[in-house]
Design a binder for this molecule. Structure first.
Ligand SMILES: [Zn+2]
Length: 454
């Protein structure tokens, strides 16, 4: 059982030249595998007049078109009679997974036992990079079922020899933490914040329990909310970015970006307007390509898949942890980006404005925001609602000023519109449980654009 510092030392610390050569070898094999085994790709290569043999190195992937979640949905029932992305015989399929379906029909994914090994490897590397070992015992709050996350973490824990408490949700009794003394919890930032508040209300302090690491995943978050969560739990919070589609990146103990397991998933950052990759350090869409080792088999693979998440490649240089695999900035959902007067803003910008240390003396951290048309033409209104611990004692003036200042701080275009009176920002305060999102089903939406589309 590997007890760190690496799960697969040879590959995780491989020099850039060797790693790039390995990636290119896998690009060639994977493209050929797709052409040979996937009805969708066989047709796709023909339709776009691409000879799979001509895709030799990872840069050649740019010559291939992008696909998206929509492409997958259009190539599975009920649109087509068969699952056209299925790239193996049904008898080789070990599990069938689905994406959550928040943006339409769930996408079906087929995993062979080979795929499972690679999915678990990605999580195992991430756990080890965060200091996990066979001595750890982890509560898994992510839901089991058809999404791949919780199950993969469990298999990864088995590989590491780590204990698992497979609760599958964050609304568990605090006796779990007191009696079984887990050392870590994996869940979403907001669920971990709520769990912390509940423990606090029950009089349980971080020092009463054994948790010394939290792993956050499932949604992007502001650095400010991570800092707050880390203070409340008095332990580090590690970020992860995983999906059923196969992205699984994790922060190591250095907390300087998420390592991409480059030998298993290839990630490009792309600018849809330019139709090209953006240079390292610039923001673009994360495009992923499954990589199979030569001889490997897969139930479903993706080439040039547009995740619709935005990110930045921070570095391809060796990390202080010794890993050579590239690091990316915490990805944000494009669906949570809105445009006001031609300026982009993301849900996470609102979160950063809310989660400032002084605000958090009065707030729970729960928030939601709306963009509306103003009362006069050419006016737009950003409404931010925050939940107070006690509406009677909340410093409304101080919070309002700080939220607006922080929100506009890195948005000079919007700051100008605000000064000129075209952009109004309204902060409202609710009692606990008073936000609209508590009445919604599914994943809470914290930034809702209610303007009529032009
Ligand atoms: Zn590192």
């Amino acid at each position: 059982m590997p007890d760190g510092p690496y799960f697969s030392p040879e590959i995780e610390t491989m020099g850039r030249g060797d790693l790039d050569a390995l990636i290119d070898e896998r690009v060639r094999y994977t493209v050929q595998y797709a052409a040979d085994h996937s009805p969708f790709y066989r047709h796709w290569f023909r339709e776009h007049r691409i000879n799979p043999d001509e895709i030799r190195v990872h840069e050649d992937l740019l010559r291939l078109p992008l696909i998206s979640g929509k492409t997958i949905r259009e190539n599975q029932p009920p649109v087509t009679p068969e699952f056209r992305f299925l790239s193996t015989d049904w008898s080789n399929v070990f599990t069938i997974q689905e994406t959550s379906g928040t943006s339409g029909t769930p996408k079906g994914f087929f995993l062979t036992s080979d795929d499972w090994k690679r999915y678990a490897e990605k999580y195992a590397r991430s756990f080890i990079s965060q200091g996990f070992s066979s001595r750890d015992r982890i509560v898994i709050c992510a839901s089991y079922g058809m999404s791949v996350g919780a199950n993969t973490m469990t298999v990864a824990a088995h590989k590491i020899g780590m204990g698992v408490i497979p609760i599958g949700k964050c609304s568990f009794d605090s006796r779990i933490l007191r009696n079984y003394r887990p050392t870590a919890i994996v869940g979403s930032v907001f669920k971990l914040l709520r769990l912390g508040r509940r423990l606090n209300a029950e009089g349980v302090k971080p020092s009463d329990i054994a948790v010394d690491k939290l792993v956050a995943g499932g949604e992007s978050f502001a650095e400010e909310s991570r800092k707050y969560l880390s203070e409340k739990w008095d332990c580090p919070v590690f970020n992860t970015y995983g999906s059923t589609e196969g992205s699984m990146c994790g922060e190591c103990t250095r907390l300087n970006g998420l390592h991409v397991p480059e030998d298993i998933v290839h990630l490009d950052v792309y600018d849809p307007r330019l139709g090209s990759y953006v240079p390292d350090g610039e923001c673009g869409r994360a495009i992923l390509t499954t990589l199979l080792p030569v001889g490997g088999k897969s139930g479903m693979l993706l080439l040039n898949y547009d995740t619709e998440d935005t990110t930045v490649i921070l570095s391809r240089n060796k990390c202080e942890c010794g890993r050579t695999h590239m690091r990316i900035y915490n990805p944000q959902r494009e669906a949570e980006t809105a445009w006001i007067f031609d300026n982009a803003m993301n849900r996470v910008d609102v979160e950063a404005a809310v989660f400032q240390t002084e605000n958090m003396e009065d707030l729970t951290g729960e928030y939601e925001s709306f963009i509306d048309e103003g009362e006069v033409p050419g006016e737009e209104v950003l409404r931010i609602s925050v939940e107070c611990l006690d509406t009677g004692k909340c410093n409304r003036k101080g919070i309002t000023d700080r939220v607006i200042d922080r929100f506009l701080k890195y948005k000079p275009g919007l700051a100008l519109e605000y000064v000129e009176g075209n952009l109004k920002i309204a902060i409202t305060f609710t009692e606990p449980g008073g936000l609209e999102l508590f009445h919604q089903k599914g994943r809470p939406r914290r930034l809702i654009d209610r303007r009529k589309k032009a």
